[in-house]
Design a protein around this ligand. Structure first.
Ligand code: ADP
Ligand code: MG
Length: 257
């Protein structure tokens, strides 16, 4: 019997079998594929905040974050940033390149918000004189602590050369995303990135970029609560969470990349 040329491949890529599940995080489930270099990331509607002390779900978040992240990865790839993104295979599933995740959360801040305000007393929204790059240890049990440069060296999670690369990439991505969101009428306040190494040791941008991992302020609003278009709506019970994510998605997808 004749088999359509791509039937088996399509079936394999679209089937998320429980036995293929590699690991489940707070926002995504990662599945293996027949190709060890390729993984599938299924985006869940689950939402967590404050180191998973607050839990809930946001209607259609998985689909919205998968679409937003896919589009932003396409944009960054076209701007010569190496990412793990291969393609979006269903509304909630992204095909990515397997990497060994470096257990660091690389945060870039353009304005003061969140823990930066809490720990420094800077007023919410203060424009920083330079983009602040911070490294946090990706470890839920330890509460993702902010690392000092010496603690970074001590932990040896990345070589000094790799740390310099991560910092440079974070700043480059910040400048690209700031311009992208500016064209959407959105201020990129801050965001978190994760990077990994492929089998050759090359560093790729991994994980996701979405309203779960960015602070995004609607430039058409001045009210400090109404302007929030990101997970802070969930963290601080501001309501209209899904509507805010949908607005981000609509504006992001409207940009040609
Ligand atoms: P978390 O609860 O740690 O935030 P997520 O649900 O966001 O987890 O994502 C699931 C896991 O997938 C995370 O550990 C993340 O680092 C990992 N991950 C993301 N992209 C890749 C990739 N390309 N290869 C391997 N692991 C990845
Ligand atoms: Mg995550």
């Amino acid at each position: 019997m004749m088999t359509p040329p791509n039937a088996s491949e399509t079936a394999l890529t679209l089937t998320l079998a429980p036995e293929d599940r590699l690991y489940e995080g707070k926002a995504k489930i990662i599945y293996k594929t027949p190709d060890p270099q390729v993984l599938l990331a299924y985006f869940k509607d689950d939402a967590t905040a404050f180191n998973a002390q607050k839990k809930g779900a946001i209607a259609a978040k998985g689909e919205m974050n998968c679409q937003i992240a896919s589009h932003l990865f396409r944009y960054l790839e076209n701007q010569a940033i190496a990412t793990h993104f291969i393609e979006q295979v269903t509304p909630t599933v992204m095909k990515v390149q397997t990497v060994a995740i470096i257990p660091l959360e690389v945060v870039v801040r353009n304005r003061a918000a969140g823990s930066l305000c809490k720990q420094t007393g800077l007023e919410l929204g203060t424009v920083l004189p330079f983009p602040l790059v911070e490294f946090y240890l990706k470890n839920d049990a330890l509460g993702d602590p902010l690392l000092t440069p010496e603690r970074l060296t001590l932990l040896n999670l990345a070589t000094p050369e790799e740390l310099a690369t991560l910092r440079g990439l974070a700043l480059q991505i910040n400048s690209l995303l700031t311009h992208f969101f500016q064209d959407c009428g959105i201020t990129l306040v801050d965001f978190k990135l994760e990077f990994g190494r492929d089998t050759t040791g090359k560093i790729l941008l991994a994980d996701e970029i979405s309203p779960d991992t960015c602070r995004l302020w609607n430039q058409a609003e001045t009210d400090p609560q109404r302007r929030v278009m990101d997970k802070d709506r969930f963290r601080h019970d501001l309501g209209e969470i899904a509507a805010a994510y949908a607005q981000v998605m609509q504006r992001v997808l409207a940009q040609t990349v």
